[in-house]
Design a binder for this molecule. Structure first.
Ligand code: ZN
Length: 114
């Protein structure tokens, strides 16, 4: 399951941050997940518990910010909300568009009490 390896990746980063900060667990983790990041939220939920068990994230509260996908047309500079990765510009029909945001998967913040 793809989402379990994603959770493991997040745990890796968090373990690293924990040893840098000298803490043994985090209370809150905040994630930015783009609508086009290819993450199925239900699968992520399902993978979260087994993936974080015994780690610094085991008891962390998870906050997820869904990031709307926005693309910019390379021909006319029009910016638009994109539902798929390969959407043409609604203004001029060009297929030369670049995703500005919406494919990210990143840890926005990790919180802990000292
Ligand atoms: Zn355009």
């Amino acid at each position: 399951m793809h989402e379990l390896s994603i959770v493991m990746g997040i745990v890796d980063i968090a373990e690293n941050e924990a040893s840098k900060a000298g803490v043994s667990s985090f209370d809150v983790i905040e994630l930015d997940i783009g609508n086009l990041a290819g993450i199925v939220m239900e699968a992520l939920d399902f993978a979260w518990q087994p993936g974080t068990k015994g780690s610094v994230l085991e008891n962390a509260k998870r906050k997820v910010n869904r990031i709307e996908a926005i693309a910019k047309c390379a021909d006319c500079d029009h910016e638009f909300v994109s539902e798929t990765l390969y959407e043409s510009c609604p203004e001029c029909g060009s297929y030369f568009t670049n995703l500005i945001q919406g494919n990210e998967l990143k840890i926005k913040s990790l919180e802990y009490h000292t």
